[in-house]
Design a protein around this ligand. Structure first.
Ligand code: S3P
Length: 434
């Protein structure tokens, strides 16, 4: 992949309507359930990111026909629950933890062996959190000391289990539910704190009997999935960069249409409002079983908060940009209970602390969080460590720094937010390839 570095500079004014791309979590799941369904599913609003394209390519390697009639559209020709075909080729999930962990569950129930691999960052991410509970169901998955590649042995007879997750993780929950489709008896997942429930909602939409409520989900094997069309809402996690940008740049006013507002995703909205942000939700409606709305953000003075720990899972992907908001706030912002940030695409507590310090911010990193003291940012150079959300967060930081912010290694932005640079510049950022 060609290396890409950015420079982000002070914005004069941020105005306009920003249509962010489709939700990553929903796009992955729509492909997987569409592939296992009987019939043809049409996905609209599909995220054209490298992560979701990698999942599509894996399913194609497994014998699923997926047509792309237009940008943001996929037609998945389902092969039925038992219709996937094995391949000896490596199945490359790229940068996508969601792709790899969900596919591990899905592949554990097949008759054939498969090998899931990922890029350098994914190859460092912990997989025992899925392989251990899957092994309890009877799956056989070899790891490299708990890391990818995952060698998934086919032909195992899976048995449903009741499993209480040690950490809140929608990926682990989803992997178990997908394996549960192939298991004898009942698979039940109980969470320490409710996480995003797209797998549960979508299984129900595809006609699989499932019983779920915040914090738990239960299903039995032995049913079938019926093809269903899926409308993917805009990704709240992508909207997040503009919510913070609009909040911290004087005079800003941005509109973000048709953003997914699943309550398990909108923790940042609550956190920013606690800090004094002016964000309104308009035209709240339902689309494809998901709440969506238009978000309107205007600049407002922010003040530091002690972030309620209960919000952490509901804004787990938004911390990098939340930390930028905290530097723009008066006083201290305290984050605790967020140790999961250390095992994302990068160690996000360390990469944000290093990057913000390089811009002159005061940030005290602790094992499960950080304390950030608001204050002016200066220009400087930061390393994204190939983490898409770190790169985009520092593009936002550049809006309020008093010198250019050079961000190294931004090519992975394409994993979740293709076209970020153009969209950002379209509403007033000054963001350049350098
Ligand atoms: C996701 C779950 C979260 C999130 C990731 C997407 C999903 O990961 O960080 O970006 O689609 O299920 P964890 O399950 O590891 O918390």
């Amino acid at each position: 992949m060609t290396r890409l570095d950015w420079t982000s500079q002070h914005a004069r004014v941020l105005k306009g309507s920003v249509r962010v791309p489709g939700d990553k979590s929903v796009s992955h799941r729509a492909l997987m359930l569409g592939a296992l369904a009987d019939g043809t599913s049409h996905i609209r609003g599909f995220l054209e990111g490298e992560d979701t394209r990698a999942t599509a390519a894996v399913l194609q390697q497994l014998g699923v026909r997926i047509d792309a009639p237009a940008d943001g559209e996929r037609i998945v020709h389902g092969v039925g629950l038992h219709g996937l075909r094995g391949t000896t080729a490596l199945l490359d999930c790229g940068n996508a933890g969601t792709g790899m962990r969900l596919l591990a569950g899905l592949l554990a129930g097949q008759t054939f062996d498969s090998t899931l691999v990922g890029d350098e960052s994914l190859s460092r991410r912990p997989m025992r959190r899925v392989t251990d509970p899957l092994a309890r169901m009877g799956a056989r998955i070899d790891t490299q000391d708990g890391l990818p590649p995952l060698r998934v042995r086919g032909g195992q007879s899976l048995q449903g289990i009741s499993y209480t997750l040690p950490v809140a993780s929608a990926q682990v929950k989803s992997a178990l539910l997908l394996a549960g489709l192939y298991a004898h008896g009942e698979t039940e997942v109980i969470e320490p704190h409710p996480t995003r429930d797209y797998t549960e909602r979508m299984l129900a939409a595809f006609g699989w009997p499932i019983d779920f409520a915040p914090g738990r989900a239960r299903l039995s094997g032995g049913h079938t999935l019926r093809a269903t069309d899926v409308d993917v809402p805009a990704d709240f996690s992508s909207a997040a960069f503009f919510l913070v940008a609009g909040s911290i740049v004087p005079g800003a006013e941005l509109r973000l249409p048709a953003v997914g507002l699943n309550p398990r995703r909108t923790g940042l909205l609550q956190a920013l409002r606690l800090m004094g942000a002016d964000i309104r939700v308009e035209n709240e409606r339902e689309s494809g079983g998901e709440p969506v709305g238009d978000l309107v953000v205007r600049h407002a003075p922010l003040h530091g908060i002690e972030l309620p720990e209960a919000l952490v899972p509901d804004m787990i992907d938004e911390f990098p940009v939340f930390f930028v908001a905290a530097t723009a706030a008066s006083g201290k912002t305290v984050v605790r209970g967020a140790a999961e940030l250390r095992v994302k695409e990068s160690d996000r507590l360390a990469t944000m602390a290093d990057g913000l310090r390089a811009l002159g911010a005061f940030i005290d990193e602790v094992p499960d969080g950080a304390t950030i003291t608001g204050g002016a940012l200066r220009g400087g150079t930061i390393e994204s460590h190939g983490d898409h959300r770190i790169a985009m967060s520092f593009a936002v930081a550049g809006l309020i720094a008093d010198g250019p912010v050079r961000i190294n290694d931004c090519s992975n932005v394409a994993t979740s937010f293709p076209g970020f640079l153009e969209l950002a510049n379209g509403c007033g950022f000054d963001l350049r390839n350098t």
